[in-house]
Ligand binder design. Sequence first.
Ligand SMILES: [Zn+2]
Length: 248
Amino acid sequence: MKTTVAVAVGAGLLLAGTAWASGHSAHWGYSGHEAPEFWGDLSSDYAICKSGKNQSPIDVASLVEAELSPIVFQYHGVPLDIVNNGHTIKVNYAPGSSVIVNGHTSNLLQFHFHTPSENTVKGQFFAMEAHLVHSDDVGNLSVVGVLFEEGSSNPFIEGLWGHMPEKTGVSKSLPEVTVNVTDMLPAKKSYYRFNGSLTTPPCSEGVSWMLLKNPVPVSKAQAVKFHTLMGVDNNRPIQPVNARPVLQ
Ligand SMILES: [Zn+2]
């Protein structure tokens, strides 16, 4: 059971950019007939986008106090592998970087961006949100979310946007450019913890979310550059929290 889910989820994550081009899964998007409100009807593979009770993103509002273990970040610099898959800009991360939470290791697979933010805090949207997607050895997914608030120019983003492929379906592998996503994290690493899903089809559940509380800056021009390239708000609307506790 777990293995099946992991394989399906992994394929959804890693092949999202090419799957629609090769016709293996339904085309989806953020506007028109492929907009988020229709995702659950586009394909039986996406049914949980509509029927799921633990969907992401959410509005973080009602909090449960808990003793959350610190996230131990063990990210290393890797050669830049960046792709424009038509839904987002994604950086594929070479193996060897991980987070450890409660002694449990999850390996960083990729990170990507949404603008405006997907998760909100007490109803407030942020200018941008990055998702750092991890998988443990049996395919359980966890996502570390980083919120960006409009402010000063972000040097990490500036460097990344300089290599951003402008055309959909284009990826760049730049062995001479090193990226270390540690440089994108806020100094304080406290976080909100909740269960959720992928925020794109197939909307698979069982994803452990850790949303960092402290935002990092992004300039308006940097957020606009990404938004203009996407041509649309690439954030899924807020989903009902239902019975889920949000821990802090
Ligand atoms: Zn995402």
